[in-house]
Design a protein around this ligand. Structure first.
Ligand code: ADP
Ligand code: MG
Length: 467
């Protein structure tokens, strides 16, 4: 095998990118152990120490690894991950014949230096807890209808001196504040009572620690460490679905803690009963305490969060821009924060105030991703809401200015934002003639030219509806 320097360099770049993409924690847990073996034809082979890791990396990262490799080296079209026996510490690798690494001397050459299996590196003895984000405190958490139960439960657990609900199970979609609430609990307890041992970590990390313990034949110490805590928080527990041995260990740890009246807090993307690949007894046990879900955000909550963040950043964001963002970035809070950071950064960089125009420019890609094609029905609905007229008046025969003007605006927007022809639009507005639509379009254009407030209104509506 010729391991040219350039192949090593490619691999280094692939690793660098992977790390950026998946983040430090996941990288350290799953990707750092990957070792480049060789490139055979169009296939690049990498090795990991255990079968379990191989399965994990294949299911979670293979596509990205392949894409990154192909980007670095057009020859590469597929990746293979093998289990390479790395000394004695290999409990989990029930290596079948096909997965045994070739023992050619050259394989040794590409391996990272091995350390003795019996002596874990210093980092293994580090505090088990993952670092806490200093911004994730209760004071920064905006409470609204969708998250009030989860928030109240989190506060209660954080402030309690005796264990009330055990476990506290928080669940909800991505980016809705589960991790934020867990960190907030941890901060609160640590601040109030520094002697209590609070451990927060992701389920991935829990699993990783467990696997290491198995590798280093150190499971006793592992059990001890976890069972001696006062508060254990495991984030994103859905990650241990289907991982039987980890689940088993988690279940025992969990029971030991609960039996000793220690607080357990768990988060997941689904309710306990919906956690597929999770053993029945564990699922039911997880639902024993208080189960609190976080619902998708509402417009009001998003607006509240934008206001709070804008205040924190000390940046003036016009009310219209705030409303616009709350309307448009509805997917989750993380994305909303990202959008806000971007427009603030942009405004500071170019030294101009934030406007609707600049916002739309800067968030072009994001807005498109959050958008769907707008229909005439939606336009009518939104316009009727905006002007506070009945939806039925969009197609009624009433000619009073108070309803005729909004109707004209809706026709104008239908012409601007859809591919419909004038006659089609006319039909949608109570069977009106195409000349009526044409007249409406001209009228709105004319008014926009002379009435600034009106023009801004139309512009706001357009931006909110735009695809
Ligand atoms: P999850 O763990 O549910 O995927 P996170 O807790 O990581 O979501 O939240 C994503 C981002 O959104 C974080 O930066 C968090 O601070 C923020 N966030 C979520 N909900 C709120 C809220 N109600 N108030 C303020 N910030 C929030
Ligand atoms: Mg999270």
């Amino acid at each position: 095998m010729s391991m040219g320097g350039s192949l090593d360099q490619q691999w280094a770049r692939v690793r660098g990118r992977l790390k950026d993409e998946v983040g430090e924690t996941a990288f350290r847990s799953w990707l750092m152990p990957l070792q480049l073996q060789d490139v055979r034809g169009s296939e690049v082979r990498m090795a990991v120490p255990t079968r379990f890791m191989r399965d994990w990396v294949l299911t979670h990262y293979a596509d990205r690894i392949r894409a990154l490799w192909s980007g670095e080296n057009p020859r590469v079209q597929s990746v293979d991950i093998i289990v390479a026996s790395m000394g004695a510490a290999n409990d989990l690798a029930e290596t079948p014949a096909d997965a045994v690494a070739p023992v050619a001397p050259v394989e040794t050459a590409v391996r990272v230096p091995q350390r003795s299996a019996a002596v874990p590196a210093p980092e293994d003895r580090e505090d088990l807890s993952a670092p806490l984000d200093p911004r994730f405190i209760f004071e920064n958490f905006v409470v609204g209808k969708p998250n009030e139960l989860a928030h109240a439960a989190a506060r209660r657990v954080a402030e309690a001196t005796t264990v009330t609900f055990n476990p506290l199970f928080l669940y909800g979609g991505v980016g809705l504040g589960k991790t934020h609430l867990m960190h907030a609990i941890a901060w609160h307890i640590r601040r109030r009572d520094p002697n209590r041992r609070v451990i927060y970590l992701s389920a991935e990390k829990f699993m990783y620690q467990f696997i290491r313990a198995l590798r280093f034949k150190d499971t006793m110490a592992f059990k001890e460490q976890f069972r001696s805590v006062d508060v254990l928080m495991i984030d994103d527990v859905q990650f241990i679905s289907g991982k039987d041995s980890t689940q088993e260990e988690f279940f025992h740890t969990f029971n030991a803690l609960v039996d000793n009246n220690r607080q357990v807090i768990v988060s997941a993307d689904k309710s306990p009963s919906d956690l597929e690949g999770m053993e029945e007894r564990l699922r039911s046990r997880l639902g024993w305490g208080l189960v609190a879900d976080i619902h998708p955000t509402t417009y009001e909550l998003r607006l509240g969060i934008i206001q709070a963040k804008a205040d924190q950043m000390g940046h003036l964001i016009p009310q219209k821009v705030q409303e616009f963002l709350a309307h448009k970035i509805a997917s989750n809070v993380r994305e909303l924060e990202g959008a806000l950071n971007r427009i603030v950064a942009h405004a500071e960089l170019v030294g101009r105030p934030i406007t609707l125009e600049s916002t739309q420019e800067v968030l072009h890609d994001l807005l498109r991703a959050n958008d769907r094609r707008v229909s005439i029905d939606e336009i009518q609905k939104r316009v009727a809401e905006h002007y506070n007229v009945r939806l039925a008046d969009m197609s009624s025969a009433r000619r009073a200015r108070a309803v005729a003007r909004p109707r004209q605006v809706a026709m104008y927007l239908a012409k601007q934002l859809t591919q419909r022809s004038l006659p089609e639009i006319g039909r949608k507005f109570g069977g009106r003639d195409h000349t009526t639509v044409m007249h409406a379009v001209r009228k709105v254009e004319e008014l926009c030219g002379i009435d600034r407030a009106f023009a801004e209104d139309v512009e706001l509506l357009r931006r909110m509806l735009e695809t």
